[in-house]
Design a protein around this ligand. Structure first.
Ligand SMILES: Nc1ncnc2c1ncn2[C@@H]1O[C@H](COP(=O)(O)OP(=O)(O)OP(=O)(O)O)[C@@H](O)[C@H]1O
Ligand SMILES: [Mg+2]
Length: 238
């Protein structure tokens, strides 16, 4: 689904990704974990086609990423790209049009479906300005999934969600991967990490470990190690 080989990306003098090689298999969730500035958002933006790496090769669906090819990708940016004056429903409808859902009838059904899915039906006509941070986050997710893309690139989608909603997001993500959707998700929480099929630990643009959550814990040599402990273990080892 995604093949990244020796990818290096600089913002001027800042090395955001350093010789990164990684594969993401279809139908699995891949978690990107790492501290602020580790390169998670940069990697996701490269996969969307918003940034071009200075070195290395990158293939998504067997092709170099291109921003014009968004119909198969659902992207949820870290900073909201929503229109604050429009209602939740209007925002989702805008993205549905942009992603090419042309049939009016089909679009209305799908927009209503995702609005219900993120549990915002009661607030669907409120302008975003009147919604709470977590509610806006839910609108943002609804926009990313409205065209049912086979690949979702979600940059910190669970930030600011209450625990109940976090659980329901993950229930939904598990359903998606079970139906063959591929998920790349960045996060700071080990709670999210534990839900992923595979994890990548990044630090200052470098991949410091990759594996299943269980495998990474076991690699520390202590069977009872937590993911936090595994992360620290790999950081100290590098
Ligand atoms: N537009 C930009 N211009 C210059 N430098 C940037 C830009 N975007 C990111 N960087 C730098 O690239 C590095 C990686 O940033 P990135 O946003 O990918 O990190 P991140 O892992 O997503 O962090 P966070 O957890 O804070 O979201 C950082 O040093 C950051 O300062
Ligand atoms: Mg980021």
């Amino acid at each position: 689904m995604i093949a990244i080989e020796d990818v290096t990306f600089h913002f001027g003098k800042v090395l955001a990704l350093d010789n990164l090689t990684l594969k993401v298999l279809p139908g699995l969730s891949m978690g990107l974990l790492g501290p602020n500035g580790a390169g998670k958002s940069t990697l996701i933006r490269i996969l969307v086609g918003l940034l071009k790496p200075q070195r290395g090769s990158i293939h998504v669906f067997g092709e170099p990423p291109s921003i014009t090819n968004t119909s198969r990708i659902g992207y949820m940016p870290q900073l909201s790209a929503l229109y604050r004056e429009l209602s939740a429903m209007e925002n989702v409808d805008f993205f549905a049009r942009m992603y090419g859902l042309r049939s009016k009838q089909r679009r209305r059904e799908r927009v209503e479906e995702v609005i219900r899915l993120v549990n915002l039906w009661e607030r669907r006509n409120d302008p975003l300005l009147h919604l709470s941070g977590g509610m806006r986050q839910r609108v943002s997710l609804a926009c990313a999934i409205v065209h049912s893309p086979p690949l979702l690139l979600l940059d910190e989608p669970t930030v600011g969600l209450d625990p109940e909603l976090r659980v329901s997001f993950w229930e939904y993500f598990h359903k998606l991967t079970a139906s063959g959707v591929t998920l790349v998700i960045s996060s700071h929480t080990m709670d999210d990490a534990a839900h992923c099929d595979r994890l990548v630990f990044l630090r200052t643009g470098r991949l410091i470990a990759e594996g299943t959550p269980q495998g990474l814990c076991q690699a520390t040599g202590r069977a009872e190690a937590t993911l936090e402990e595994a992360f620290l273990y790999f950081i100290r080892r590098k």
